[in-house]
Write a protein that binds this ligand. Structure first.
Ligand SMILES: Cc1ncc(COP(=O)(O)O)c(C=O)c1O
Length: 388
């Protein structure tokens, strides 16, 4: 069964789009009529609205989340000669952003229960050259802002959030994007707030960072044809901003739906704990926005993750792995000098995690079907394996 014929896909954006289709079409038509395709009105409107919704001051729309990290670090004057701490179990774009900014990435292992960056481990790799930490609010759960701010103050570091998976997430009274000097967001279509293509944004409350970012995304120009630094072409299209602006008011409801879906998964998966199927741990006080719903398949499970994933696919249920190879083991980055075994928690988790279908509109009966399918696979397969 290929991805298009899955009965329960991993993500289905159609439901979301159909519910506001007329509005989206009108927003696109308005940009066509206006013709301000580059740096147009809808972009400025969306930048203001998204920054305000995230509890901060300025938004600068760029072409992708990766550019928001790479250019955003530069805008914060983090680059050559600076060491930057980041979790090793992130999407590779976090790492690419650090490298593109010219800084040296220093990987940190994660917490085994939550998969978030381990700040105790981070403290052990700080040197006089460490300038910043990039907490990745992985899967939609924020790294504790309170702990991050203490950490940054103790070691005199900047906090640059990777909030690509955490639009409007909350914790300790902070929204994602409002904790550090700046934060990067992605609007890749399947993100909690997704465009009709690629897109990203840097949020900051620092006017100088915002001004520099505005230049960097537009060839380094401070005014037309006057270039004061080497920038690039990385602007969020007006059309994409118009779509995102229409979607933004629905985001709290969509995040709430994700939360309810996660709670149902949590409840229904409970009996499978003894069979080695465990949801990742979430802090009870968090405004988790569940970009992904991730389970761990541990040693108590009679089947491998691959067996479970394949069997679910046969039953028409699509799953994902985020991410199967930690950054330090990716072939492109062997020159960073890390080895297998350097990050035991992240390496172990990479072999255990499985992301279940998660999107607003996933119905209660579909959630039950996913869990029942896992249950039936677990109860059937052991005898079959014994016969092999
Ligand atoms: C944690 C994280 N950081 C960065 C990115 C990069 O965003 P984009 O795909 O928009 O470049 C992503 C998204 O894919 C992500 O999940």
């Amino acid at each position: 069964m290929n991805n298009n014929t899955m009965r329960i896909p991993f993500v289905d954006l159609n439901l979301q789009h159909k519910s506001i289709q007329i509005q989206l079409e009108q927003a696109i038509q308005a940009v066509l009529a206006q013709g301000d395709f580059i740096l147009g009105q809808a972009l400025s409107d969306f930048e203001v609205a998204f920054a305000a919704a995230s509890g901060t001051e300025y938004g600068v729309g760029v072409a992708s989340g990766t550019d928001a990290i790479a250019l955003g670090l530069q805008a914060c004057n983090i680059g050559n000669g600076d060491e930057v701490l980041l979790p090793v179990n992130t999407f590779v774009a976090t790492l690419i952003g650090v490298l593109r900014a010219g800084a040296k990435p220093i990987f940190v292992d994660c917490d085994r229960q939550t998969a978030l960056i381990d700040l105790e481990a981070a403290a052990k790799v700080i040197t006089p050259r460490t300038k910043a930490i990039i907490p990745v609010h992985l899967y939609g759960q924020m790294v504790s802002p309170r702990q991050l701010l203490d950490f940054a103050q103790t070691y005199n570091l900047l906090i640059f959030e990777d909030a690509a998976q955490a639009h409007l997430a909350e914790r300790d009274g902070y929204r994602a994007g409002s904790v550090g000097i700046a934060a990067a967001f992605s609007f890749y279509p399947s993100k909690n707030l997704g465009a009709f293509g690629d897109g990203g944004m840097l949020l900051t409350r620092d006017p100088d960072v915002a001004k520099k970012m505005v230049r960097l995304r537009n060839y380094g120009a401070s005014q037309k044809y006057f270039h004061i630094e080497v920038g690039t072409n990385s602007r969020l299209d007006t059309l994409q901003a118009a779509v995102l602006r229409e979607k933004l008011p629905y985001l709290p409801k969509w995040n709430c739906d994700r939360n309810h879906i996660a709670q149902q998964y949590d409840r229904e998966l409970l009996p499978l704990a003894s069979a080695g199927i465990l949801p990742l741990q979430n802090h009870s006080d968090v405004g988790h926005v569940y970009h992904l719903y991730v389970i761990k398949i541990d040693n108590a499970c009679p089947l491998t993750r691959q067996q479970i994933q394949e069997k679910l696919a046969e039953l028409g249920i699509q799953t994902g792995i985020h991410y199967p190879i930690p950054c330090h083991l990716q072939p492109a980055f062997t020159n960073l000098g890390y080895q297998p075994g350097d990050f035991p928690q992240a390496e172990k988790l990479a072999t255990q995690i499985l992301s279940l279908p998660m999107y607003p509109g996933l119905s209660s009966s579909e959630i039950t079907e996913v869990v029942k399918s896992i249950t039936s696979i677990l109860s059937v397969e052991p005898q079959q394996l014994l016969c092999l």
